[in-house]
Design a protein around this ligand. Structure first.
Ligand code: AMP
Ligand code: MG
Length: 522
């Protein structure tokens, strides 16, 4: 780790809180606070991502040293690290929540790797900061396992995401009331080192805007464009036109990100504006979940069970709403608000195009025609009403000969035998339409299958699989985490011998906490 080279632009170029240390407070006129991680008693490396280590230029030999666990638990900074917590606000569940900030995340610094890429290292669960708001700044092992595994799984699925370098058990316990039912218990704690080119969120802009601090807002915007969107600064745009081009780019990236979520069946679960990355990366893995039986109304987040604001099928609409909040925050910097409206239009266009691309890829078609949208919508309706597993169905569909009217390769995907029986005629009708459509498509059979297998994963981080790895880890056996990480490295490949990781959710997991319902308590 001593070869890590740091270039800490965020804290060098932007205004700091004058007070240092973790005393909790409202921080004005500043975009971050200097604060050190609080050391933990017995750090132990539980898992790491060799791909992320390679990206950073951290050698394989240094990973299993005691020093590695010390550094990435926050116990021992290496030369060049300058820890800080960022100051941001956000809309939570549709309501302005004021200052939030990194309450348990502490950035260590921005490294520059051998190819000149910038990667910020950020510890989650590293202890209190000025933004901890009465909470402890810590994270439990179960939620840290979920963040570590899911961010790497998303990367391998081709979904834009923050990454994770390491998962370190702290050797300490933290008190959590997991179900918010008045039964707190001591749980093992952990620290994850997340990695991304930038951790700037929509909420970083919303907070200075909400306080009328336009110079600070503008300074952050200029910094973000310059550091994180260099292509835009070379585009010749200036001033307001540059800001407009930037906002449009954020809209486009956010649309592409959500379209990927919809393709693979990922539900973020808590799409508050403080959890929306300016780079269009999936960020803040909390009460997220994966679709088992296809259900657009499903939300994994127990806090969201009533309103279902963050349900699977609403994610595009919510991303748009969040972008509208960002536009509102930026609007004092614009004379011409049409430019912001044009950015939001870009979201709609990009999302529609990405959705069409998903339809073509998931059904193995050369292109998506207007009638194909109906073909897909009708299929989704059938999957929903018949209780069919999304991942198994789309993966299995590549093995179906639609002209044969045989659902045999798809039998595993049905959760309810009676519903399957009753819906068989409807599925056969649908297969007849699909066969007719394939007949008029330009892809040959092999191309069709290849296209489908590249868009429809065999392996996703099903909620119950993550929970099984957590249960084992809490008993002292980390191997479930390593196995899952390895399976999820190649989500689109059939991996003989690993069929157990590609099965539908077992009945016992249907209503078990952690498998189908997750709280924000993490
Ligand atoms: P989240 O819903 O995880 O995005 O968290 C919302 C806000 O609460 C963020 O500002 C977090 O930093 C903060 N937060 C969540 N959990 C903790 C914790 N255990 N200690 C301190 N701050 C926390
Ligand atoms: Mg957050």
């Amino acid at each position: 780790m001593n070869n890590l080279r740091f270039d800490n632009t965020f804290i060098r170029e932007l205004p700091a809180d004058l007070e240092t240390g973790p005393r909790q407070r409202q921080v004005r006129c500043a975009l971050f606070s200097h604060v050190n991680p609080t050391p933990v008693s017995a750090p132990r490396l539980v898992a790491h991502s060799s791909e992320v280590a390679a990206l950073l230029g951290i050698s394989a030999e240094s990973i299993n040293t005691a020093a590695f666990a010390q550094v990435f638990a926050g116990n021992e900074p290496v030369e060049g690290m300058q820890p800080f917590a960022a100051n941001y606000g956000g809309h939570q569940f549709g309501h302005w929540a004021g200052q939030l900030g990194d309450g348990r995340a502490i950035s260590l610094g921005e490294t520059i790797n051998a190819t000149g890429e910038r990667w910020e290292l950020q510890l989650k669960g590293a202890g209190p900061t000025p933004y901890s708001r009465q909470a402890d700044g810590r994270a439990v092992l179960r939620s840290s396992i979920r963040e570590f595994l899911c961010s790497e799984a998303m990367h391998h699925l081709g979904v834009p995401t923050t990454r994770a370098l390491s998962l370190v058990a702290s050797g300490e316990t933290v008190m959590r009331d997991m179900l918010y039912d008045g039964n707190p218990r001591a749980e093992p704690g952990a620290v994850v080192c997340r990695v991304a080119p930038s951790f700037i969120r929509f909420g970083n802009f919303e907070l200075p805007a909400s306080r009328g601090d336009l110079p600070l807002l503008e300074q952050l915007l200029d910094f973000t464009i310059h550091r994180d969107f260099p292509a835009l600064t070379n585009s010749g745009h200036k001033d307001e036109a540059l800001y407009a081009a930037w906002f449009t780019e954020v809209c486009q990236r956010s649309a592409e990100m959500v379209a990927h979520w919809m393709r693979v069946g990922f539900v973020h679960g808590v799409m508050n504006t403080d959890n929306m990355s300016i780079l269009g990366l999936t960020i803040d893995y909390g009460p997220y979940g994966w679709i088992d039986n296809y259900d657009p109304d499903w939300t994994p987040n127990t806090t969201d069970a009533q309103g279902r604001r963050y349900a699977f099928g609403r994610q595009a609409e919510i991303a748009y709403w969040n972008l509208a909040q960002l536009a509102r925050a930026l609007s004092p910097l614009f004379d011409d608000h049409d430019a912001l409206h044009a950015g939001l239009e870009r979201f709609i266009d990009t999302y529609r195009r990405s959705e069409h691309r998903n339809i073509a890829a998931k059904l193995g078609l050369a292109e998506c025609r207007d009638t194909d949208v109906t073909l897909m919508t009708d299929l989704q309706h059938l999957l929903h009403t018949t209780d069919v597993d999304m991942t198994l169905f789309f993966r299995g569909l590549a093995d179906v000969d639609p002209a044969s009217h045989s659902l045999t390769p798809l039998l595993d995907a049905f959760y309810d035998e009676q519903k399957r029986h009753d819906a068989t005629p409807a599925f056969n009708d649908w297969l007849t339409r699909y066969a007719a459509r394939l007949h008029h498509d330009s892809l040959d059979h092999d191309e069709h299958r290849t296209r489908m297998q590249a868009a429809n994963p065999r392996y996703v981080l099903r909620n119950y699989l993550a929970q099984q790895a957590i249960d084992r880890a809490e008993q002292g056996d980390d191997s479930g985490i390593h196995e899952l990480l390895d399976v999820l490295r190649h989500p689109y490949d059939d991996q003989p011998g690993r069929e157990a990781y590609a099965q539908r959710r077992p009945d016992w997991a249907r209503n078990r906490a952690g498998c189908s319902m997750l709280s924000c308590s993490s």
